[in-house]
Write a protein of this length. Structure first.
Ligand SMILES: C[S@@+](CC[C@H](N)C(=O)[O-])C[C@H]1O[C@@H](n2cnc3c(N)ncnc32)[C@H](O)[C@@H]1O
Length: 272
């Protein structure tokens, strides 16, 4: 199989690389990810002028900057505006009875930013009317996606689900060479703090959140680690705070601290 490839890529190369990525990120790369590793990392070899994967394995071990590029290359960053929209509808409902002057929200594993911007598009008009300040922490492990999130530039067709008024309020349409793209307006980006944060290891945050979105991230971790991270989210939430998980991520029913309040939505009860 490897004879048709530009670079020889053995299972041992794959295994050495996936172990390094796992030790850092917690992502559990199954055997079927071998082709994905090859496709994404062959580009790195070409860029660096490296001629073998044996050399690349060593490089990743020794060179911190390349290690970061390597991790960025193998993470899966699929996301979209209004992904799993019932969560944003629920958040909007929650805001109607919100009593504090600031709402703190964390988008953990925000990828290229569509999730935190969607949160804001949904609640900012109401919050401004009610004079509720909105603070969003948007974090990810991958520094490339964080840069894209911060730049806030998307294809116009990515936001086509929004009506003209919403698009006009929150996005600036590109012209000339930027035609077909749009950029989020400062009214959205100024509510967000972007930060690199690795969920695999304990983190320190200086505030508690009313809502945490961690969707389609825990799916890549082993069960024990998932539960450990969910425990840590519990200590980052205010009493009765809500955790939104991805469509295939569940909290075991027998955990009394969490009340299932809808599809992949859990409220911290204080019990247990
Ligand atoms: C599939 S995307 C999900 C994006 C968004 N939450 C959504 O549901 O549309 C998963 C994101 O989790 C990030 N991720 C993976 N492992 C991580 C870790 N250990 N710490 C923080 N983020 C991580 C990836 O870089 C990626 O951007």
């Amino acid at each position: 199989m490897s004879t048709q490839r530009e670079f020889e890529f053995t299972f041992a190369h794959f295994d050495a690389l996936r172990k390094q990525a796992h030790n850092y990120s917690g992502i559990n790369f199954t055997d079927d990810k071998l082709e994905m590793f090859y496709a994404r990392l062959a580009k790195r070899l070409r860029k660096l002028g490296i001629t073998s994967f044996s050399e690349y394995v060593k490089r990743v071990k020794q060179d911190q900057a390349e290690f970061s590029e390597f991790v960025n290359a193998v993470t899966t960053n699929i996301t979209a505006f209004e992904r799993e929209p019932h969560h944003f509808a629920h958040l909007k409902e929650q805001m109607k009875t919100f009593k504090k002057s600031t709402v703190n929200i964390w988008s953990a594993g925000c990828s290229t930013g569509q999730e935190p911007y969607t949160i804001l598009v949904n609640i900012l008009p109401f919050c401004r009317q009610k004079r509720i300040e909105v603070k969003v922490l948007a974090s990810d492990l991958d520094t490339d996606v964080l840069s894209k999130a911060q730049a806030g530039i998307y294809k116009v067709k990515d936001v086509e689900m929004y009506g003209q008024a919403v698009k006009k309020q929150f996005f600036r349409k590109g012209i000339g060479p930027k035609e077909g793209f749009c950029m989020v307006k400062p009214v959205l980006s100024e509510c967000i703090e972007f930060r690199q944060l690795n969920l695999f290891y304990p983190w320190k945050l200086d505030r508690k959140f009313d809502f945490i979105f961690c969707r389609n991230v825990l799916i890549y971790f082993e069960q024990k680690k998932k539960l450990e991270i969910i425990d840590r989210f519990a200590s980052n939430l205010v009493p009765n705070g809500i955790l939104f998980l991805g469509h295939s991520e569940l909290i075991p029913r027998d955990d009394p601290r969490w009340k299932n309040i809808g599809t992949n939505m859990y409220q911290l009860t204080g019990a247990g």
